[in-house]
Design a protein around this ligand. Structure first.
Ligand code: IPD
Ligand code: CA
Length: 265
């Protein structure tokens, strides 16, 4: 069984395609079976659960014995290889019929992403990355933007599900809004990170992501040349911040976020 990053990407794409087909094909019925998780706005549909079940089944067959951490069934990151799965990233978009959601499958070694596939069921687009092998969208190599000025940078961001934290986050982002070109909240963290990889956003930052939200997209961003800071790596931005930016604006953006109070939300 090959375990080099390219081989792991192949597995992630193969399994992810099946999950993406299931997620797309079952939307009309899945959205009538909705439960809530951490808060009343944090939802899980029948398709989130079915997608994770399918991914786990297929991985067990293709990669017997390798541990899986998934958003809906849990698990842990262990020493060596772990598969990290978000069966639907952007569940609220999925629920509302906004076609911006993804299945994200990453392989991590000792907690570091080495292979990733982020698949968009609605469009069929497939984003991939292998450590040292670049970031790709449907066979096209990706590179981050050449942004060098914060005042004309386009940023992505997201909110946590808890209302009080969301309020504090909104205040911090409001402080930043006048200092940049504009800000986008698209509702799928994995795809925000892919957008940084493709130069469709100059940067992205958010607090409180789960490992499954960032494990795939962060590898794409890094392989495309972004400065990537993962939860725990940039205490000045807060203990659970995820950050990805084109290198030309990364330092200025970190400073601006700190000034806006991003580190205290
Ligand atoms: C959510 C999305 C959203 C982000 C939230 C995530 P989910 O993931 O990625 O964009 O702002 O923090 O939890 O719940 O749809 O898998
Ligand atoms: Ca999810």
């Amino acid at each position: 069984m090959r375990s080099d990053p390219a081989a792991l990407v192949e597995v992630a794409v193969q399994v992810g395609r099946e999950a993406a087909d299931l997620v797309r094909g079952t939307r009309s019925t899945a959205v009538s079976s909705v439960d809530t998780k951490s808060t009343i706005t944090d939802v899980v549909t029948a398709a989130d659960r079915a997608s994770e079940r399918l991914v786990r089944d297929r991985l067990a067959r293709l990669r017997p014995g390798e541990p899986v951490l998934g958003e809906e069934e849990g698990g842990a990151v262990v020493e060596g290889l772990t598969w990290v799965v978000d069966p639907i990233d952007g569940t609220v978009n999925y629920l509302y019929g906004i076609p911006h959601y993804a299945v994200s499958i990453a392989a991590q070694v000792d907690g570091v992403s080495v292979a990733a596939a982020v698949l968009e069921p609605a469009s069929g687009r497939v984003w991939t990355a292998a450590a040292g092998g670049g970031a790709w969208l449907d066979g096209r190599r990706l590179a981050v933007s050449e942004a060098s000025r914060l005042d004309v940078a386009l940023l992505g961001y997201g909110f946590a599900y808890r209302a009080e934290r969301r309020q504090r986050q909104a205040r911090a982002w409001a402080g930043l809004a006048a200092r940049v070109r504009d800000i986008r909240r698209t509702g799928a963290a994995s795809l925000d990170l892919c957008a940084v990889a493709a130069g469709q956003l100059d940067a992205y930052a958010e607090h409180g992501l789960g490992r499954w939200d960032w494990a795939g997209g962060a590898l794409l961003a890094r392989e495309a040349g972004a400065v990537v800071l993962l939860p725990g790596e940039a205490p000045e931005l807060g203990a659970d911040a995820t950050f990805a930016a084109a290198p030309g604006i990364a330092d200025d953006l970190v400073a601006a976020l700190v000034e806006a109070g991003f580190g205290e939300v």
